[in-house]
Design a binder for this molecule. Structure first.
Ligand SMILES: Cc1ncc(COP(=O)(O)O)c(C=O)c1O
Length: 378
């Protein structure tokens, strides 16, 4: 069989097509229920009721599993639903360790959940491998969650070291790889048990689908429990969203290549700008996580970065307000570039008041640099 690289897998949707018509793209089947014959046997034994799965969802999961190098993948209606599915597998009275300073929605939900369910929660700066090792050595845990690169600090976590640490606590390692996508980073190959993405972001890439994905390195009892909970609890992705996701993923490798190229040039421009205090981007050689990023990511350093504007809140907001091409909106990973004053969104989590987070799209990089230049004031 001819070898298929990720760009081939994505462009050809891992072979998904409409077997009924021969159409080169899969059909959308919106039915919630499926017919039985006079003998009461299902006409198609795979489908009975759409809460368990749908064709487009299954096709999208196959693409994701292949891109991730996973034994299996499961889609959820949001990234948070995917994270919640793993944490709901923790028994009452269990324990979890999570990285501090990650996407605030994740920290917030996990803190609330652990308090409600009497789960012991330890939060640690996992970008320091020794601190994570220490936290794992302090007592057993069910799940260790790290996010690399992290949002919005762009901290890097050594996934292989995190995997070893998690094992000492008897925990599974879950890696949120949203800012890297399956194109730039393969956590399962580095020892992670589970990988998660908010596929709302770059995997879909067009800011028009909410979804999340979990992928596993092996069919384990935990994976079976997560699947059962998803199907019986009814947190599946709808066929329209799954179909859009398939369509978006066809260009994922191409988009990521362009976004990473653009991001690298923009990071260089910002780093040299007199009105910028600091740039947080794993691709910059002086950045704390650069060497680790170079070792554990490949093909680029991602599309997400933050920078600190000289001055305070007013100066940062003035720069954001002057931008003409970067859209002032939350989220990341779309074809269009976005800017966010992160402290406005999460005021109490220690985000500097002069930090702007930008998600780099596929626009002309010269235009984006000109926009940042005019907004900062040359
Ligand atoms: C790193 C990261 N993980 C998880 C999520 C949650 O994903 P969703 O918004 O699809 O629920 C986000 C959303 O911004 C994120 O940035």
């Amino acid at each position: 069989m001819v070898k298929r690289h990720k760009d081939t897998v994505a462009a050809q949707a891992a072979g998904a097509f409409d077997a009924a018509s021969g159409g080169v793209v899969p059909a959308i089947q919106p039915a919630t229920t499926f017919k039985r014959g006079p003998d009461y046997a299902l006409l198609n034994g795979e489908y009975s009721y759409a809460r368990y799965h749908n064709q487009a969802g299954v096709a999208a999961e196959r693409i994701l599993a292949e891109l991730e190098g996973a034994a299996d993948a499961l889609l959820f209606p949001s990234g948070m639903a995917a994270i919640a599915a793993v944490f709901r597998s923790i028994p009452n009275g269990g324990a979890a360790i999570i990285q501090s300073g990650i996407y605030h929605g994740t920290s917030k939900w996990i803190r609330d959940f652990c308090a409600r369910r009497d789960v012991d929660l330890r939060e640690v700066d996992a970008s320091d491998a020794a601190l994570l090792e220490q936290a794992c050595g302090a007592g057993r845990a069910d799940v260790v969650l790290v996010e690399t690169p992290s949002n919005p600090w762009l901290k890097l976590v050594d996934i292989a070291a995190a995997s070893r640490a998690a094992k000492t606590a008897g925990a599974v390692l879950l890696v949120d790889s949203t800012a890297a996508t399956p194109i730039l980073q393969q956590p399962l190959a580095l020892g992670a048990d589970l990988v998660m993405h908010s596929s709302t972001k770059a995997i879909n890439g067009h800011s028009d689908v909410m979804s999340g994905v979990l992928a596993t390195g092996a069919e384990t009892p935990l994976w079976g429990a997560i699947r059962t909970e998803r199907d019986d609890g009814g947190t599946i992705i709808g066929p329209f969203e799954a179909w859009l996701l398939i369509r978006g993923m066809r260009t994922l490798p191409l988009r990521i290549e362009r976004m990473c190229d653009n991001a690298m040039q923009i990071a260089g421009f910002l780093q040299d700008h007199p009105r910028v205090e600091a740039v947080l981007y794993p691709g910059l050689p002086g950045f704390a996580g650069h060497e680790l990023a170079a070792a554990q990511m490949s093909g680029g350093f991602g599309y997400l970065m933050s920078f600190l504007v000289q001055g305070g809140r007013a100066e940062a907001l003035r720069v954001a307000g002057r931008l003409q091409l970067f859209l002032r909106a939350t989220s990341l990973g779309g074809v269009e570039s976005l800017v966010e004053h992160r402290q406005t969104i999460e005021p109490d989590t220690g985000i500097p008041e002069n930090l702007l987070r930008i998600s780099i799209g596929i626009e002309n990089v010269g235009d984006l640099i000109d926009d940042l230049g005019q907004a900062l004031g040359q």
